[in-house]
Design a protein around this ligand. Structure first.
Ligand SMILES: [Ca+2]
Length: 327
């Protein structure tokens, strides 16, 4: 039989052991509660940010519903101050927002034309424009051809390369990471990184000039052309204008913008350099696509939202929302 002393010793060890278990479990529970509290707080902040963005969207849609205001945004986007026009203190943070005029973006989804019978072909004029845009960055001709061919195969629904430089599943399956062709329109410009031939350097050069929309009716607003981003004008001139010449033309534009597309086309420098069908068919005086960029800081947490707003039947509609920035 165990002596009383030994029993007491064993009981003490057991008690200490139990206390240690309870202490460690409590510590675990406490940290779990803290994490949950932190998660709830973060989720509440996010909800608050989303609600604030939605109300700002409503305000923006109302603002963009008049042609005059849309034109004001276009003209304001082209001045030298690129600072956020909206800056509001919030209860527990701050809100900054601006509206980007997307009137000078090239819609990558317009590279494919679909006939009434559903046949898909490369839109040659649009493809030539994109090639000219790449040429304006002095990208090698072979690289341009490789990217252009791969882009068409990436967008068209078939599984056969259109040209010897094209690429379908056979190519992408052997790549690292292994992947398949999308065979549908782009949803996000960052998908361009997956296309054969595309490099990060080329992507970053094209990024300010491209967009992806299912609406093919996106044309280039001559009043949206920005001296900070002259490559669209260089590409419109089939690269007969230099970067500097394009910048000069845009810096000398009338203060209130061009009154008509012909006013723009009739300038001497433009007259001599614009010959492509694309440049004659794709210029307008009105922007139909805007992005509301909202940056909200609540409880020291940052949230970035992009609301894509498209004019549909003369009324602004939010067609897409994106959380975060384009890298
Ligand atoms: Ca394809």
């Amino acid at each position: 039989m165990l002596s009383d002393k030994k029993l007491k010793g064993a009981a003490l060890v057991m008690a200490l052991f139990t206390t240690a278990i309870i202490a460690s479990v409590s510590a675990g529970l406490f940290s779990l509660v803290s994490v949950n509290l932190e998660n709830s707080k973060s989720s509440l902040s996010k909800q608050q940010a989303v609600i604030t963005t939605l109300s700002l969207e409503s305000f923006t849609k109302k603002y963009l519903s008049t042609k005059e205001n849309r034109n004001n945004i276009v003209l304001a986007s082209n001045n030298f101050s690129q600072e956020s026009p909206i800056n509001l203190p919030l209860d527990r943070g701050n809100l900054e927002a601006n509206i980007s005029d997307m009137g000078q973006c090239f819609n990558l989804n317009s590279l494919i034309s679909v006939s009434a019978s559903g046949n898909e072909t490369a839109n040659k004029e649009n493809l030539e424009f994109l090639k000219n845009l790449m040429r304006s960055f002095f990208i090698e001709e072979q690289k341009i051809e490789e990217i252009s061919s791969a882009l068409i195969d990436w967008l068209d629904k078939d599984f056969f390369p259109d040209s010897y430089l094209g690429a379908e599943d056979d190519f992408y399956q052997n790549e690292k990471p292994s992947r398949l062709t999308s065979n549908q329109l782009f949803f996000d410009i960052t998908e361009l990184r997956d296309v054969k031939g595309m490099t990060e350097e080329v992507f970053q050069k094209l990024k300010p000039y491209i967009c992806v929309l299912n609406n093919v009716d996106i044309k280039i607003n001559v009043n949206s052309l920005n001296p900070f981003y002259p490559n669209i004008l260089v590409a419109l001139s089939s690269n007969s204008l230099s970067d500097l010449e394009a910048r000069n033309i845009l810096n000398n534009r009338p203060l209130g913008g061009y009154a008509s597309v012909s006013d723009f086309l009739n300038q001497q420098e433009i007259k001599n350099s614009f010959s492509s069908k694309f440049s004659k068919k794709n210029l307008i005086l009105e922007t139909k696509y805007f992005i509301l960029n909202t940056n909200i800081r609540i409880d020291e947490k940052d949230f970035h939202f992009k609301s894509h707003i498209l004019m549909q039947n003369d009324s602004p509609k939010v067609v897409r929302r994106k959380i975060g920035e384009y890298l």
